[in-house]
Ligand binder design. Structure first.
Ligand code: T1G
Length: 683
């Protein structure tokens, strides 16, 4: 074995096969040294007469996961990835990419420029650039269709999904799927290639297979609908179309040009911000990265209601047995039935096998007694939002649980310190605030109390990732971060109605902005009785205007509870289709008259600014209080919790980017002052 080369790429020799090993933790990204190292490795291959082939393999948990995202903000240093790809493509001896973990973006482009690709069973390949608002820039769009077909390539490039190695073999992207030791399997594969004559295969020599142009156009419409507001998925259709009509070299140049243009686009900057912010959010203020999370093998959930059911299915989905505790057997039976229904739907849609459904349901047990959970590692309390009821549950749990078992409350606004104070061991108390429906919503707002132990905080974060959620740690504050900001947007929306706007107008403006649903349609979905109860719990602490802005109470008094009563801010037909109801206009006119408001014409821009800045203003307070660790956390919360368009980067990243840049320079408060100046406009 002879050490030949660079820091992150080393080359060794095994017989007449060179083994180039990339070792650039954490994900072998194509940083400058890796790019230079790969070029050196090919030179070594070409320069060594005895060497007949080379394999590229990676250390650590994954093959190359793409270009180094952290280098995007810096001037790129040669050799660029394109040069690496050209060098691999021009090699006169076969090069084999040996893939484990994930081969993504530039990593798959490196593999596609090799003569052969083998993958460890369980590995995945993909071109996820579109999730960063860009598209492949180093040949991926040109080579993938030649191997997998135009439709398959378009699906992968326009949506950025990863496909498992076995499917990749079926689709001609990888040549062989192996198990066991990848490195020796790759050397054996290379030796066989050499024995068969050492043929070099260039993907670009392959023709673009025939395809249905109508399918391409149809996908444009489908992508525009599925990825409303996102630019890159639609550009992907143009790019693929270009590749089917353009000679290789020109196509590669146009692809690179398109990638560079998208890279400087506001959408890409926003999506890369969210990528980084979601990873930054995993770092818990004041908790050392070395703190080990506790091992959660068994869980109990108290409260078989809507939230408890969704949370239970999250855990059995990843193989963790759950004991669901309820007051009555009937309540528990209907919870099990409801969870079963979730899976039956997935089995019908083919996204889950009947066996897998059975396996998950078998992990679910129910009881009305607390004495059967003494060996669980974690309990999530998801009972009704009443402090005294929760305190009772906490007392029962304290009596039966192991001292090191964690108790997490799913409350969405109650004071976690009051609950922690009731426990004999406050260090094990935390909040895990799931969003409804818990088995669907990605966001998990983890809440820390003053005495929560560091490893408990590390555990709720690690568990959030295991559950496939996006966990964000927040501090003590009423409504934590998500609901606290939402309540300010809801309040401002109500004030806008008093000033003369209509529910339809406000909802239209916010959905046009990119939210999946407007504040009034959302209220109708949640239920006016829920809104009124939340309002009643907070009314004492409200501003005088908000106290008197009792539109919600008027709707409840009129029996308009929202979708559940087929009338709220809108009237609903049997298919839950919403339409305008003049009765609401009359109700609002009566409210304005009694409150002494004269309706005036309100511009869409004023509606948008008042709703957004009400949120941003509150976010500035949350940051000042330390209830959120960084603005990025707030962006992650809103993009994963309330459908704030990720291509805008979140409420903290987005507002008036120029104002943002100035405010970052001048301090966060500027944004608050901007918001306050907006919200203090004469009504
Ligand atoms: N560059 C730099 N750092 C990266 C990185 C990348 N491509 N991918 C991940 N990291 C860091 C991440 O910030 C985190 O760091 C750590 O690795 C673990 O990540 C020309 C231009 C690979 C599936 O879009 O999807 O190629 O926070 O927490 O859950 O066409 O990371 O610990 O300091 O996510 O196990 C295309 C992005 C780039 C892949 C692993 N590639 N990465 O997931 O770990 S554009 C991507 C992922 C491109 C070319 C174009 C995931 C993962 P830290 P993690 P994970």
């Amino acid at each position: 074995m002879t050490e030949l080369l660079a820091r992150t790429v080393s080359v060794a020799k095994q017989g007449n096969i060179l083994v180039a090993t990339v070792d650039n933790p954490p994900v072998n990204a194509l940083s400058h040294s890796v790019r230079a190292g790969l070029i050196e490795a090919v030179k070594a291959l070409e320069g060594d007469a005895a060497a007949r082939a080379m394999i590229i393999v990676c250390e650590g948990r994954t093959f190359i996961a793409g270009a180094d995202i952290h280098e995007f903000k810096k001037p790129m240093v040669a050799p660029l990835l394109g040069e690496v790809i050209d060098t691999l493509d021009a090699a006169t001896k076969p090069i084999i990419a040996a893939i484990h973990g994930t081969a993504l973006g530039g990593g798959l482009e490196v593999a596609l420029a090799c003569s052969y690709r083998i993958a460890l069973d369980g590995a995945k390949v993909g071109l996820p650039e579109v999730k960063l608002g860009i598209l492949p820039g180093s040949g991926g769009t040109v080579r993938l269709p030649r191997l997998a077909g135009v439709e398959q390539a378009l699906a992968m490039i326009s949506e950025g999904g990863q496909i498992p190695a076995r499917d990749a073999r079926e689709k001609g992207i990888v040549d062989e799927v192996v198990s066991g030791d990848l490195r020796s399997a790759a050397v054996a594969f290379a030796a066989k290639v050499v024995a068969d004559g050492g043929k070099v295969r260039r993907t670009t020599d392959l023709p673009v297979p025939s395809f249905d142009p109508a399918a391409l156009e149809a996908s444009r419409a489908a992508l525009a609908k599925k990825y409303k507001g996102f630019k890159a998925p639609l550009v992907a259709v143009d790019l693929i179309k270009m590749v089917t009509e353009t000679p290789v070299a020109e196509a590669i140049a146009l692809e690179y040009k398109t990638c560079k243009e998208l890279l400087v686009s506001p959408q890409s900057k926003a999506l890369r911000h969210i990528f980084a912010a979601e990873r930054e959010a995993l770092k818990i203020d004041g908790v050392d990265a070395e703190v080990k999370p506790r091992d959660i093998k068994k869980v109990a959930i108290v409260g078989p209601g809507t939230m408890g059911r969704g949370i239970a299915s999250c855990f059995v989905n990843i193989g963790i047995p759950v004991t669901l505790i309820g007051l009555t057997d009937e309540g528990l039976a209907s919870a099990v039935k409801a969870i079963g229904k979730i899976y039956e739907g997935s089995v019908k849609r083919g996204s889950l096998t009947a066996e897998e459904m059975e396996r998950r349901m078998a992990l679910l047990t129910t009881t009305t007694a607390y004495d059967g959970i003494s060996d669980v590692d974690l309990v999530i309390e998801a009972v009704t939002e009443q402090l005294d009821v929760k305190k009772e549950v906490f007392a029962k749990l304290d009596a039966v649980l192991r001292d090191d078992a964690i108790i997490a409350t799913n409350t969405s606004f109650l004071d976690i310190e009051e609950l922690a104070a009731t426990s004999k061991n406050a260090t094990r108390i935390a909040g895990m605030h799931f969003f409804n429906p818990a088995n669907v919503m990605k966001l998990l707002e983890n809440v820390r109390a003053a005495k929560t132990a560091p490893d408990v905080l590390a555990t709720t974060t690690a568990l959030g990732k295991r559950l496939g959620k996006v966990p964000v740690m927040v501090g003590r504050s009423e409504g934590f971060v998500a609901n606290r900001m939402l309540s300010k947007r809801t309040r401002e929306a109500q004030f806008l109605l008093e000033d003369g706007a209509t529910p339809q107008q406000v909802d239209r403006v916010l959905t046009a902005f990119g939210f999946p649903i407007g504040p009034f349609a959302l209220a109708d979905l949640a239920g006016m009785d829920i809104m009124a109860a939340a309002r009643a719990a907070r009314v004492a602490r409200m501003s005088p205007r908000e106290q008197q802005c009792n539109i919600v109470d008027r709707l409840v008094a009129a029996g308009r509870l929202g979708q559940k009563s087929s009338a709220g801010y809108y009237v609903y037909d049997d298919n839950r289709k919403a339409s305008h109801d003049p009765a609401v206009d009359e109700l609002l006119d009566a409210h304005r008259r009694e409150r002494g408001f004269t309706a005036r014409a309100i511009s869409d821009e004023e509606i948008l600014e008042r709703c957004l800045f009400a949120m941003v203003n509150e976010a500035a307070r949350i940051l000042d209080e330390g209830a959120a660790a960084r603005p990025g956390d707030i962006d992650v919360i809103w993009t994963n919790g309330f459908g704030f368009p990720t291509y805008l980067g979140g409420p903290m990243f987005m507002p008036t980017r120029s104002a943002c840049r100035r405010s970052r320079r001048r301090s966060t408060n500027m944004r608050a002052s901007l918001a306050i100046s907006i919200s203090s406009r004469p009504r």
